[in-house]
Design a protein around this ligand. Structure first.
Ligand SMILES: C[S@@+](CC[C@H](N)C(=O)[O-])C[C@H]1O[C@@H](n2cnc3c(N)ncnc32)[C@H](O)[C@@H]1O
Ligand code: SF4
Length: 385
């Protein structure tokens, strides 16, 4: 038997005032179609209600892009629509990814019903912010954090590290500044160079923009040490929290392989499990204009609604489940998919000191966390379907 999966709602807002050179999320400069896109997202939510049936939402997450470009009234209309269709659990997490430049709206965001804010801070160093092509400065970052703390119970800070030329001392200072703000949650991301971005093109021409993986591993180790000393636990590979309460409950739903609705251009969703009627993966039209058109003509933004193969579901559940520090619950995995991890692969990783077992859980060790994806893929068994 398995517990009833939670149901979350992800709303993708694809517009950004400025496109950062490293970012390969589904992002665009605003196109003046905000009202049409909001209407389309609402209709898409209504179409999704048919798929999920009557279930309560445990979380709503506004991601992007930059959803903090939305007016508080537009956010509350989306939240109210979701509440009307599904209902919100009494302790539902309602979070938003915010750009520090939008700090003037934070108080009204709280009044609109949001209770958690993740801030795209990236760095507290003006030179680094310039190098990363950000359109805010260090003063603006600190001011946004202060303001968010006055208004929200839980705030989180996104940081980017391991850019070429960064020293461990510099990263240590960045972490100390982030910790000193008093924020309860940190998401430090290693800079990744994505092919279709401005950084990707510069890298193709031979420019070195990010550190080599071996050097970046030292930065990862430093992150865990410095944060642990300050009382932060790395409850997931890129996420550290001062307390269980400060953890992101919406993200937890992805790692635990529960269900989520994905609306807005390019949003992904997941519903069900192999042990039930099958696990379905959905993807919405990527371009905002195509998304709006699809909903106007077919009443639905989903372009792909596919039943995952047993092998794909298993691989996804293992790779996501291993990201959390408590590890993958093998009993739950077997109940949901009918399959266990690859025991030979697990033995090999355990002998290398990269995973450890406790009861029916298997989890990455500290060394294993620095090589998470490679180690976790060794646990995925080969299936014939
Ligand atoms: C979708 S953004 C939302 C925040 C908001 N749009 C902003 O940038 O202020 C989520 C986070 O992903 C991280 N990120 C995006 N692209 C990245 C990359 N190529 N390498 C490392 N981190 C990246 C950044 O830390 C960013 O804050
Ligand atoms: S990092 Fe944030 S602001 Fe920059 S392009 Fe990506 S989503 Fe937009």
């Amino acid at each position: 038997m398995t517990d009833t999966p939670r149901l979350g709602l992800y709303i993708h807002w694809p517009y950004c005032a400025h496109i950062c050179p490293y970012c390969d999320f589904n992002v665009y400069r605003p196109k003046g179609d905000t009202d049409a896109l909001l209407t389309a997202i609402m209709k898409d939510m209504t179409a999704w209600r048919e798929r999920t049936g009557a279930r309560r939402l445990s979380s709503v997450h506004f991601g992007g892009g930059t959803p903090s470009l939305l007016e508080p009234g537009q956010l509350s209309a989306l939240i109210d629509h979701a509440a009307g269709l599904w209902g919100l659990a009494s302790n539902a997490e309602i979070g938003l990814e915010a750009n520090p430049n939008d700090a003037a709206r934070f108080t009204d965001f709280r009044a609109a019903g949001l209770n958690r804010l993740s801030l795209g801070i990236q760095s507290f160093d003006d030179d680094v912010l310039k190098r990363l092509g950000r359109d805010h400065n260090a003063r603006g970052a600190i001011d946004a954090i202060r303001l968010a703390q006055q208004v929200f119970d839980e705030i989180s800070i996104d940081l980017i590290y391991a850019w070429a030329g960064q020293s461990l001392d510099h990263w240590h200072e960045e972490l100390k500044t982030a910790i000193a703000t008093g924020a309860g949650h940190l998401s430090p991301y290693q800079l990744t160079i994505e092919p279709r971005t401005a950084f990707g093109k510069r890298a193709e021409r031979g420019e070195r923009l990010a550190l080599e993986p071996d050097d970046a591993a030292d930065f990862y180790a430093l992150t865990e040490t410095v944060c642990a000393e300050a009382g932060f636990a790395p409850y997931e590979i890129s996420n550290l929290a001062r307390s269980t309460h400060a953890q992101s409950r919406h993200n937890r739903l992805y790692w635990d392989g529960d269900d989520w609705i994905g609306v807005g251009p390019g949003a992904h969703g997941r519903l069900g499990s192999h042990s039930g009627a099958g696990r379905y993966a959905t993807e919405a039209q990527r371009r905002p204009s195509d998304y709006i058109k699809a909903i106007e003509t077919a009443g639905d933004g989903v372009i792909a609604w596919a039943r995952l193969s047993a092998a794909d579901e298993l691989a996804e559940r293992i790779l996501m489940g291993m990201r959390v520090q408590t590890g993958l619950d093998r009993e739950r995995l077997i109940a949901l998919t009918g399959f266990d991890i690859d025991l030979e692969g697990a033995q090999k990783m355990s002998e290398l000191g990269l995973v450890e077992r406790e009861g029916h859980h298997i989890r990455l060790t500290r060394e294993g966390r620095a090589l998470a994806d490679g180690v976790s893929s060794e646990l995925v068994p080969a299936l014939d379907d």
